[in-house]
Ligand binder design. Structure first.
Ligand code: IPD
Ligand code: CA
Ligand code: CA
Length: 269
């Protein structure tokens, strides 16, 4: 197989995601070991590590020249020097996985020379696969997603974690409060990848986080690009695919308007 046959790579990635999701579903009836990482709200389970290892083994076996970057850190530093990189969150929404057994996803992206080629976000419990390949459109299962159209701020529903409203969390909390005040509604699902898949599929109009890592947003950007969604940091700068940063994604025009109306005002003050 040609190493850069993106359709084949996408099909293999889908197969692995489905297999990994079966492992996750099976684990729900067992007692899972849970640990905390940087803080009591930063959880990791044995399944996060097991699923990440599963992808690493598959990728090393089939694409030994590809690099791997996963949240649980088994990748090392060599990923910086390879042309093709897999960026994987084995469970996005671990807190939901542990507490609710619902609303968690597997996020898999393949980038080549900095460009998103394949993006998959799998909503495990609903069996919904959001998938995209560069230039080939984005899909939810078998349905092609429509191109996103603009929406007015006062008619928009956005995804946002309420913690970003706390005083001096990362941005000026007053900016966040004003944004929450002006949109039609705010939702918080606890999985950044799923929330951005909802933006790509039109269920949400935007999603804001003041700190995400590459494995949280890499796959979502591939989906969003295919449907004409906009993405940047919360301050309107381009996202660097291998760096943690704030992330703001949304419908065209809506995205720009929010940055102009709320964020630029904050930067000026
Ligand atoms: C987290 C989830 C959560 C978001 C956090 C992420 P994890 O990922 O996406 O919704 O608010 O910033 O770290 O730790 O469950 O993979
Ligand atoms: Ca995550
Ligand atoms: Ca994770």
């Amino acid at each position: 197989m040609n190493e850069l046959d993106w359709l084949k790579i996408k099909q293999m990635a889908i197969m692995w995601v489905k297999e990994a999701s079966n492992q996750l579903k099976a684990s729900l009836v067992e007692t899972i070991r849970v640990e905390t990482k940087s803080s009591p709200d930063d959880l990791v389970t044995e399944m996060d590590r097991k699923i990440e290892q599963y992808f690493l083994r598959k990728i090393q076996a089939h694409f030994p020249n590809h690099a791997f970057l996963g949240e649980e850190g088994i990748s090392g530093e060599e990923y910086k020097n390879r042309d093709t990189i897999w960026i994987i969150d084995p469970i996005d929404g671990t807190t939901n996985f542990v507490h609710q057994q619902y609303n968690f996803a597997i996020s898999v992206a393949v980038y080549h020379k900095g460009e998103g080629k394949v993006g998959l976000i799998y909503d495990v419990m609903n069996d919904d696969l959001y998938h995209a390949m560069a230039g080939d459109g984005a899909y939810k299962n078998d349905d092609r997603l429509e191109r996103l159209t603009p929406v007015d701020i006062d008619k928009a529903i956005i995804g946002l974690n309420a913690r970003w409203l706390l005083y001096k969390k990362k941005a000026n909390h007053l900016t966040m409060i004003e944004l929450v005040d002006k949109v039609r509604g705010v939702r918080s699902y606890g999985s950044a990848a799923l929330e951005m898949a909802y933006v790509a599929s039109g269920r949400l109009d935007g999603y804001v986080s003041l700190k995400l890592s590459p494995w949280d947003f890499a796959a979502a950007l591939v989906l969003l690009k295919e449907v004409g969604g906009c993405y940047s940091t919360f301050y309107g700068e381009s996202l660097a695919i291998l760096k943690s940063s704030s992330v703001f994604v949304g419908r065209p025009q809506f995205h720009q308007k929010v940055i102009q109306k709320f964020v630029h005002k904050e930067l000026k003050s």
